[in-house]
Design a protein around this ligand. Structure first.
Ligand SMILES: CC(C)(COP(=O)(O)OP(=O)(O)OC[C@H]1O[C@@H](n2cnc3c(N)ncnc32)[C@H](O)[C@@H]1OP(=O)(O)O)[C@@H](O)C(=O)NCCC(=O)NCCS
Length: 160
């Protein structure tokens, strides 16, 4: 996702999250951390015939990753696009050397919860009234990524 994608992304955002859509400033601020050698964010869009039909973002802080957002245009639901976006974020979580990835999802959003479960996310708790102004609780889910090895431990083991 680049800054020129923000306007079309916001159109989708307002349709999909009418109660708690992100502001343009939130996207700008996230994208400010998405490039360069010290990047801590991965933001991606899916395009079809030049039109944005999905987007997703991940933030990394130390060894923790957080799925910040993921959305697919309603006409494209059920085509595997959500899965592809999530797979991209998780690949980048590994590249950021995250050990765990967390996310919050509305307790009533079973479709998204099922997607996350398929990727191995497990419920770990609730945040009461997380989504305002509707006062809807968030389910917090966590995925353990495969621990990354520092250095060539395989070589050390085979050397005895
Ligand atoms: C949640 C969301 C991102 C999922 O996106 P999606 O593109 O529908 O996701 P997928 O297609 O990968 O998977 C969803 C379903 O489609 C099915 N599916 C995947 N590929 C498929 C294919 N090729 N053909 C038919 N069905 C398919 C999956 O099995 C899954 O089925 P399920 O409902 O039984 O779990 C999307 O519904 C969305 O944008 N929702 C609104 C925003 C939102 O709630 N975001 C999450 C906030 S936490």
């Amino acid at each position: 996702m680049r800054w020129w994608d923000i306007a079309p992304v916001l159109e989708l955002e307002h349709g999909l999250f009418p109660e708690d859509a992100w502001s343009p400033g939130m996207f700008w601020s996230e994208l400010a951390h998405a490039r360069g050698p010290r990047a801590t964010r991965r933001y991606v869009v899916a395009e079809s015939a030049g039109k944005i039909v999905g987007y997703a973002g991940l933030a990394a802080a130390g060894d923790l990753g957080d799925v910040q957002t993921i959305a697919v245009a309603p006409g494209r639901w059920g085509t595997g696009l959500g899965s592809r976006l999530l797979a991209d974020l998780l690949r980048h979580a590994t590249a950021f050397e995250c050990d765990e990835v967390f996310l919050e999802v509305r307790v009533d959003n079973t479709r998204a919860q099922k997607l996350y479960e398929r990727f191995g996310f497990e419920p770990v708790g609730f945040r009461r009234g997380y989504y305002q102004p509707g006062n809807v609780d968030a389910l917090v889910m966590r995925l353990h990524l495969r621990p990354h090895t520092h250095g060539n431990t395989e070589g050390m083991l085979s050397d005895g």
